[in-house]
Design a protein around this ligand. Structure first.
Ligand code: SAH
Ligand code: SF4
Length: 393
């Protein structure tokens, strides 16, 4: 980040402190089970070494455990062949290697798979695996919160109030449990092809409103001696929490996707209400200073196509003016309906016209094919609670 970036001035620091304080109010439950054992999943390397020190074990044990947990994917201490039996028993008495419980498992006609994962306090989130149609690889779409505070008008998750943030263990745990389902252990090394080859933080919740846990989880998945997914294979999608975008860029350096969805504040104020706090100009400025953005690592602007709301040719022209000079691509997402939604998706013609204007300006503008619609697994269709007061807007 350049030294003169407005992001590091006192005002932004104060805004970040407020966001983190609010996140703490929705903190996940502790990682200690009712029987007193502690879950090792979700601990950083330092935490794991500290946990070993607490039981009088050497730091190298933490390294061994890390390998078993994140490289081999074992959940049973008994499988840890290079650890002597008495120590395995001691570890098993004090610790556990947890996974969320699979509360539901749906397979779409197009092979997209949606899991409902339930945690120890019975809260649940949805996680989606979207296999590539031509190659043996695919994206895992992780949730970061149970519900969302942000109520974007076109989003099903937005109708579910925020219950709480997910812990680092619960975020990594979604990925690990999905991996269990495909038997993809041990973690493939380096460039070896993987079925679960990318992570998109595009499930339920706003990842930048649960920054600390998301960051901890991403550092775990990026660790080369474990799951080893590089930051280039991770995309964080935000609805535009400007002060935290700078921090995520500086600390994690993952790919950034921004849910833009409208090109005037009047429209965005309504469909993405967070715009009233961080408007389009501030959001675009944060994108311009996002570290690491380059032609090789472009920022993705997500743009849900809503009939008659944001899909005119004038909107497309305004969009290319807004992002002028940013290494970017525009992902056009046909609106995915959900029970009770009021919007309609734009016509094929409108989407094509829009895409052409964006492409003529030199930006890639792929139209995202809806995946897993038959099982409500497509973008914006996730929700883990059926009854939630007022219901869908
Ligand atoms: N909270 C984050 C990430 C989760 S949403 C964010 O808003 O960016 C992932 C993407 O799906 C976002 O771009 C979101 O705006 C989009 N989306 C939400 N509801 C949708 C719907 N019904 N149809 C299509 N895309 C939707
Ligand atoms: Fe939350 Fe993202 Fe849905 Fe908006 S689009 S309500 S920020 S999950």
């Amino acid at each position: 980040m350049s030294a003169d970036a407005p992001a590091i001035d006192g005002l932004d620091e104060a805004a970040r402190a407020r966001i983190l304080a609010k996140a703490a109010l929705f903190a996940p439950p502790s990682n200690v089970l009712a029987d007193g054992r502690r879950d090792l999943v979700g601990l950083s390397r330092e935490d794991l070494a500290a946990a070993m020190a607490e039981i009088g074990e050497q730091p190298f044990r933490a390294k061994q455990l890390w390998h078993w947990i994140y490289h081999q994917g074992v959940t049973d201490f008994a499988a840890m062949a290079n650890i002597a039996k008495p120590l395995r028993a001691k570890l098993a008495a004090q610790f556990t290697i947890g996974r969320p419980e699979v509360a539901a498992d749906h397979l779409s006609a197009d092979e997209t798979r949606k899991m409902l994962f339930r945690f120890r306090d019975h809260e649940a989130v949805e996680t989606v695996y979207i296999p590539d149609v031509t190659e043996d690889r695919g994206a895992v779409c992780l949730s970061s919160q149970v519900g969302c505070t942000l109520s974007c008008r076109f989003c099903h998750t937005g109708t579910q109030r925020l219950t709480r943030n997910l812990s680092a263990a619960e975020i990594v745990g979604q990925f690990m449990a999905m991996r269990d389902a495909y038997g993809e252990w041990p973690s493939p090394k380096g460039e070896t092809p993987r079925l679960l080859s990318t992570i998109v933080l595009m499930g339920m919740g706003e990842p930048l409103y649960n920054y600390e846990n998301v960051a901890k989880a991403m550092k775990i998945v990026m660790d080369g001696e474990g799951i080893g997914l590089s930051r280039r294979r991770i995309t964080l999608s935000t609805s535009g929490v400007v002060p935290m975008m700078d921090r995520a860029g500086a600390e994690l350096g993952v790919n950034l996707a921004v849910s833009l969805h409208a090109v005037t504040d009047d429209v965005r104020d309504v469909i993405v209400p967070l715009n009233r706090k961080y408007n389009i100009a501030e959001l675009i400025a944060a994108c311009r200073r996002y570290p690491g953005a380059s032609n090789a690592r472009r920022i993705t602007f997500e743009y849900v196509m809503l009939k008659g709301i944001n899909d005119s040719e004038a909107d497309a022209r305004r969009l290319v003016e807004l992002i002028d000079g940013i290494p970017a691509k525009v992902n056009l997402i046909p609106f995915n309906p959900w029970p009770g939604s009021t919007y309609e998706t734009s016509s094929g013609n409108a989407i094509r016209r829009f895409a052409n204007i964006v492409m003529d300006a030199g930006y890639a503008a792929p139209v995202r094919t809806p995946r897993g619609q038959d099982i409500l697994a497509a973008c914006g269709q996730l929700k883990s609670k059926v009854a939630d007061g007022a219901g869908a807007a």
